[in-house]
Design a protein around this ligand. Sequence first.
Ligand code: ATP
Ligand code: MG
Length: 390
Amino acid sequence: MEQPPFVLVRVHEVALKRGNRRRFMRVLTDNLRRATAGLGVRSVEADHLVARLTLADDADWPTLRDALAKTPGAVKFTSVYRADLDYDEVAALVARVAKARRFSTFRISARFPLTSREMNVSLGALVEHETRARVDLTRPDLNIRVDVFASGAFVWTDEEPGAGGLPVGTGGRVAVLMSGGIDSPVAAWRMIRRGCRATLVHFHSFPLVEGRSREKARELAAALNAYQLDTRLYLTPFADVQRAIILSTRGPLRVVAYRRFMMRIAEAVARREGAQALVTGESLGQVGSQTLANIATVGEAAALPVLRPLAGMDKVEIIDQAQAIGTYETSILPDEDCCSLFVPRSPSTAVSVEEARAVERNLDVEALVAQAVEAAEVVEYHVGSRTVDA
Ligand code: ATP
Ligand code: MG
């Protein structure tokens, strides 16, 4: 069978954005163009609610498929053959597609404004004759679909699941507090999939601990960049903040005190980046620092809204998702969590805002935040090019 000349990419929620459909489709096609650059795609166009990729003969389908599966806003995609709008041409193509496959039952699903029933019946008879398979309308091995547009008849069979969600760039920017752990990269991905651009803010305690977590953060940023195409990662030193807290704050309050500083520093980065919300990987009750009381006290340190896309997810679900998006293997590499430094085994599960503020009165909060932002190392990622340090 010849190489399919097209890939059709379908959307779902984009279709609901009545007044903004055109803009959403434009952003999606721009993203598809970039995500598939260099993989043998000649052009990407929007045809109503379908994005159509025209492939060159040497298109790299496996790599292409992987890139498409990672593009938010694309709900399903499929490689497609084309025939002119002429019944005999369509029939010949359907026969070629069918004969290239092994199956014992099938159905034809033609979408043709006037005569799709006749199309189904006559193409069905043709395929039965050519392959000896029989028609099964309810649970066919193979569904051979024929879609008719003004631009031609498109014949296709298997659909692959896309990332779903909304095209990146339609949802504004967020700043994600990304540790080297399992949860926060998943939180970042969930916001990217909702159309956000995510600036990643990672805190490390080098030289109090080894620099491992920075390497993990870089790898995670590269993995997430496959979904959003442009990523800025702030590798932010946190050791000075931690030293100041350790000297002034009782053990049980330290985790919350660390987190409140992370919020403030991330917020300063967010303002610099034009991000409108902060994002964490918190999941209610997962650990002692993620009780409702502590979540509230930590969130209070920032004026920007704090989004917690994993709040209602179980650990098992988060792990499954981390595996599916390709961050899990990096997340489980050993490193020292900066927030467990000088923290007792059982930190307080209910630090009040007043307690936190009392502690902070002994610290030069503004200066510590400003220094951390100033000292952050910024790393950029772009699809199609290597990492460049900025
Ligand atoms: P994760 O798997 O994302 O590390 P966790 O279950 O380990 O989450 P915590 O360690 O309590 O949870 O951290 C809660 C949230 O605080 C994280 O999801 C992340 O958003 C933020 N956070 C914690 N440590 C860091 C860090 N070193 N750099 C950036 N953000 C962090
Ligand atoms: Mg963690």
